[in-house]
Design a protein around this ligand. Structure first.
Ligand code: CU
Length: 132
């Protein structure tokens, strides 16, 4: 009985030893890349068609591992050119529309990889309503 308890204690401390690096990895989640600002911004209505989607991320994400997709409310993909970004650290990721989107509601889905390799994603909608 005592032996069993001692063994349980050993297993218990081994479990703690394993748990420690896991929890410190969790703490890293706070340092994950995040979206600081976006154009079009969440739930905004634009009175002229946007030329592009611009995402200001908290770190310069690798464009090859970054995806931005824009869909109509009906789920149709709105074509955008390959992602670009300026040379400055604070420059946004840019997905230029090949044709400016017409009136309607659109959903932006994006994903990018944090420095630790974990993927962060987000989604938000905007509306285009030009006066014509
Ligand atoms: Cu992570």
């Amino acid at each position: 009985m005592l032996r069993t308890l001692a063994l349980a204690a050993v297993i218990g401390s081994a479990a703690i030893a394993v748990a420690v690096p896991t929890s410190s990895m969790h703490a890293e989640a706070r340092r994950h890349l995040s979206l600081k600002a976006a154009f079009p911004a969440k739930d905004t209505t634009l009175t002229s068609a946007p030329d592009a989607v611009r995402l200001w991320l908290s770190e310069p994400a690798d464009l090859a591992a970054t995806k931005v997709s824009v869909k109509t409310e009906a789920g149709a993909e709105v074509p955008t050119a390959a992602l670009t970004r300026g040379a400055q650290r604070e420059d946004p990721v840019v997905a230029k529309f090949t044709t400016p989107p017409g009136n309607g509601r659109y959903v932006i889905d994006w994903r990018a990889m944090s420095k630790d390799g974990h993927v962060v994603k987000g989604t938000h909608a905007f509306t285009v309503r030009t006066a014509n």
